[in-house]
Design a protein around this ligand. Structure first.
Ligand SMILES: NC(=O)c1ccc[n+]([C@@H]2O[C@H](COP(=O)([O-])OP(=O)(O)OC[C@H]3O[C@@H](n4cnc5c(N)ncnc54)[C@H](O)[C@@H]3O)[C@@H](O)[C@H]2O)c1
Ligand SMILES: [Zn+2]
Ligand SMILES: [Zn+2]
Length: 406
């Protein structure tokens, strides 16, 4: 079968690989009907997230049709249409039972302290072969797979595999209350759905920060007040929009590949941080391998953490869902302390949110597929990765379909 395979930093290929097989009675084999490329995949190819094992199939977002189940899988049958949660979790340990699926004690073969187990991730996360493939083995399918209601099409359901639950989790841990003003940093797929999720949780105003015109336009369509960080200093703009008070809640939907303003007042104010960012990048991405405009790590790893803390009102809450590797150490702790901020963060507990989000989609409360701008055949995956990585205008969220012809 065809699959997107990680060979090295800056080197991914569409390879012929062997078909997955059931290895455990709780496994299922799913024929993937749609997968997607995520900002998390970009960190791995740019070299800013973890040690990837060459040969790992990439991708952690997918929907498909169950083809075969192990003897302990009783929730789904061959022929069922399912969404695959990005994180892998046993469903029976004390963490899973409390809804902390990303902290499952059992799923990661390196043990309970090794971190979140997920498809297509670094060696320390399993590694488990991912979902940018024609077929996939799903461990703990007995507790993980969620059937898709007939009324929900594949492209809507696909977004509940990772980014919509992540965005909703980000809005939840931001502790949004009715009427709050929320800043969302990053208008990639996760940030855009964080805007939608903030509204679902009752936010009064949402202010969105990015610099890519097509993404800022989508943010506006989602009723956010859009700020281009290359036009104005985003912290100044947020304070000016909030009577000098700042926002009640801020969500970092950017992570380690943040960039700093290249021009405008933000770049002048940020000059003092440049050498600090360069030092951070040395520690985080010692082996980067840019190829022209592709696979270039962000030049300001802690930029959004700094802006988030500065933009918040006193006693506000910072929610961090943008991903940072273990090697990232920089955080403006003193300022956050002085302002009595609450800080919540982490990997999404996908399985906890998926059934609820499928219901919200089915009853028409939300349409996450509004951000799905590209439908590409799996056979064009490498070109699609490059366009998404370069943030080509209009390329917001890319679906990969094995059955589409190039
Ligand atoms: N916590 C989780 O469980 C989880 C799950 C999925 C994705 N993520 C993470 O969420 C983040 C976003 O994912 P995505 O798919 O939307 O990625 P993406 O790369 O498509 O989007 C990131 C956006 O941030 C913008 N950006 C860069 N620097 C910025 C800055 N200084 N200020 C404001 N915006 C800036 C970029 O222009 C881009 O539009 C990634 O870090 C990804 O790894 C986390
Ligand atoms: Zn993802
Ligand atoms: Zn568990």
């Amino acid at each position: 079968m065809k699959a997107v395979v990680f060979h090295g930093i800056g080197d991914i290929r569409l390879d012929d690989v062997s078909m997955p097989r059931i290895k455990d009675p709780k496994d299922a084999i799913v024929r993937i009907t749609a997968s997607a490329i995520c900002g998390t995949d970009l960190h791995m190819v740019r070299g800013t997230l973890g040690d990837m094992k060459p040969g790992t199939i990439l991708g952690h977002e997918g929907v498909g049709i169950v083809e075969e189940v192990g003897r302990e899988v009783r929730n789904v049958r061959p022929g069922d249409r399912v969404v695959i949660p990005s994180t892998i979790a046993c469903g029976y340990c004390s963490y899973c039972r409390c809804g902390y699926y990303a902290q499952c004690d059992i799923a990661n073969p390196h043990g309970p302290q090794a971190g979140t187990a997920f498809f297509g991730g670094p060696a320390a996360s399993g590694p488990f072969d991912g979902l940018q493939a024609e077929w996939a083995r799903v461990p703990f399918a007995n507790a993980g797979l969620v059937r898709i209601p007939d009324a929900v099409p594949d492209d809507q359901a696909l977004l509940t595999s990772d980014i919509f639950p992540t965005a909703y989790f980000g809005a939840s841990i931001a502790e949004i209350r009715e009427g709050n003003t929320v800043a969302v940093f990053g208008c990639g797929p996760v940030g855009l759905l964080a805007i939608a999720s903030a509204h679902l949780l009752g936010a009064g105003r949402v202010i969105a920060v990015d610099t890519i015109p097509s993404r800022l336009e989508l943010a506006r369509e989602l009723q956010a007040e859009a700020i281009d960080f290359n036009e104005v200093d985003p912290v100044e703009a947020i304070h000016s929009l909030t009577g000098g008070i700042g926002v009640d809640r801020a969500i970092d939907a950017v992570g380690v590949d943040a960039v700093r303003p290249g021009h405008g007042p933000g770049s002048r104010h940020g000059r003092k941080n440049v050498s600090k960012f360069q030092q951070e990048l040395k520690e985080i991405a010692p082996r980067k391998k840019p190829d022209g405009r592709n696979w270039v790590p962000g030049d300001a790893p802690s930029q959004v953490l700094i802006w988030g803390v500065d933009a918040l009102a006193k006693a506000g809450t910072l929610s961090i869902i943008g991903v940072y590797p273990e090697t990232a150490h920089a955080f403006p702790i003193g300022k956050a302390m002085e302002k009595n901020l609450a800080i919540n963060m982490g990997n999404c507990h996908h399985r906890r949110f998926i059934p609820k989000l499928l219901r919200l989609i089915r009853n028409g409360s939300v349409n996450p597929a509004a951000i799905l701008t590209q439908h590409q055949p799996l056979s064009s995956a490498i070109e699609a990765y490059k366009a998404f990585d370069r943030r080509q205008p209009g390329w917001v969220k890319v679906e990969l379909e094995p059955a589409l012809q190039a």
